[in-house]
Design a protein around this ligand. Structure first.
Ligand SMILES: C[S@@+](CC[C@H](N)C(=O)[O-])C[C@H]1O[C@@H](n2cnc3c(N)ncnc32)[C@H](O)[C@@H]1O
Length: 301
C-alpha cells in the first residue's frame, strides 16, 4: 500500500500528477532517483507522496507556513500510533451520533482547537491532541478547507458527510514510513533557500492567484498571498535558478478568465512556461468547475 495525503487540501495536485511527472528533469526520469527533494508549499503533499512511491528520494525538505499542518506531519513522523488512537476515539464518538449531534460535536472540537494554547517548540502530548483535532476538522468540515479569520481562528463551517473516515491508521503508518528521510519545518517559502543546492529538485505549488473575485480558496492563512507575494516568489525562483537547482512551479492560469492577462508570462519570461488542461473542483459555483488550464514553469528543458 502506498502513502497518500492524510488531509484533503485545497489546490491538491491529484489529477495533474501524471502531467507533472512527464515534465521531471531527464536525469530523474532516467535514474529514478532524486538526490534532494524540496517542497516549500507542501500542503497535503500529493506530489511528494506520488514521487516517493515511484522514485528513490535520498533526502527531502518539506515545509509550509501552516503551523498546525506542519505540527501534524511531525506528529505522524514520531507518534503515528498514539495519533491513530486519539483519532479512533474522535471517530467512534462522532459516527455514533445523529446529524444534529455531529454538528454540535464539530463545533465543540473547533472551539477546543481554537482555544488550545500550544507550544510549537516543544514536542508534548498536547501536540498529539492538536494533530488529532486538525485531522478531525479537516475530515468533517465543509470541503476540507483550511481557512482562518483575521484573528487567526479556524472558521470553516461543518460539512455534511455521511461516513467520513477520520482515522485511517494504515495510511498514517505508510505516511510515517514515507517521512523517514524527510526534514519537516514550518516557515515562509524563502526559508527553504538554506537547503537548496545544485543537486536539488524543487517543486513549488503556491496558493493560486484567484481566478475571479469570488474565488476564495487562496486564503489558507490570515497572511494571504497576493500579487506582490507572487512577485517575491518569482524573485526566489530566479535566485534558486542561479544556485543551479532544478525548479518546477505550478499555478492557475489567469488567462482562463482574461486572455489578455499576462501576469505569469511576464514574471517567468526567462523560463519555460506551459499551459496544461486541468479540472478545478474547489469553486463555490458548480457551473465554473469546468475545464481550465494550469500553468507549469520550469528552468530546464
Ligand atoms: C496550493 S497549496 C499546495 C497544495 C499541495 N501541492 C497539495 O498537493 O496539497 C499552497 C500551500 O502554500 C501554503 N502557503 C501559503 N503561503 C505560504 C508562504 N508564504 N510560505 C510557505 N507556504 C505558504 C499554504 O498553507 C498551502 O498549504
Amino acid at each position: 500500500m502506498n502513502a497518500k495525503p492524510f488531509v484533503k487540501w485545497a489546490g491538491g495536485k491529484g489529477q495533474l500528477l501524471g502531467e507533472l511527472e512527464n515534465r521531471l528533469p531527464s536525469e530523474i526520469l532516467q535514474s529514478k532517483t532524486i538526490h534532494r527533494y524540496v517542497e516549500p508549499f507542501v500542503g497535503g503533499g500529493a506530489m511528494f507522496f506520488f514521487l516517493n512511491n515511484r522514485y528513490k528520494i535520498q533526502e527531502s525538505y518539506l515545509s509550509d507556513n501552516n503551523e498546525d499542518l506542519i505540527l501534524t506531519y511531525k506528529v505522524i513522523k514520531c507518534n503515528a500510533k498514539e495519533l491513530a488512537e486519539e483519532l479512533l476515539e474522535l471517530e467512534t464518538s462522532y459516527l455514533d451520533k445523529s446529524e444534529d449531534k455531529r454538528k454540535d460535536n464539530y463545533y465543540r472540537i473547533r472551539e477546543s482547537y481554537n482555544s488550545q494554547e500550544i507550544d510549537y517548540q516543544t514536542n508534548s502530548l498536547e501536540w498529539i491532541k492538536r494533530a488529532a483535532y486538525f485531522i478531525f476538522l479537516n475530515k468533517t468540515c465543509f470541503n476540507g478547507l483550511y481557512r482562518q479569520n483575521s484573528k487567526g481562528l479556524f472558521n470553516v463551517p461543518f460539512g455534511r458527510y455521511k461516513n467520513p473516515t477520520i482515522c485511517d491508521e494504515k495510511n498514517l503508518n505508510q505516511v510515517k514510513i514515507a517521512l523517514e528521510k524527510t526534514s519537516i519545518f514550518h516557515g515562509d517559502f524563502t526559508q527553504s533557500s538554506d537547503f537548496i543546492d545544485d543537486k536539488s529538485f524543487v517543486y513549488l505549488d503556491p496558493p493560486y492567484r484567484p481566478l475571479n473575485k469570488t474565488s476564495y480558496f487562496t486564503n489558507y492563512s490570515k497572511e494571504g498571498f497576493n500579487d506582490d507575494t507572487q512577485k517575491e516568489l518569482a524573485d526566489f525562483f530566479k535566485e534558486m535558478n542561479h544556485k543551479g537547482a532544478k525548479l518546477m512551479l505550478s499555478n492557475s492560469d489567469p488567462k482562463n478568465q482574461d486572455e489578455h492577462d499576462k501576469f505569469f508570462d511576464v514574471l517567468y519570461k526567462d523560463f519555460k512556461l506551459e499551459r496544461i488542461p486541468a479540472k478545478r473542483n474547489i469553486n463555490r459555483d458548480a457551473s465554473r468547475r469546468g475545464k481550465i488550464n494550469e500553468l507549469v514553469v520550469r528552468n530546464y528543458p
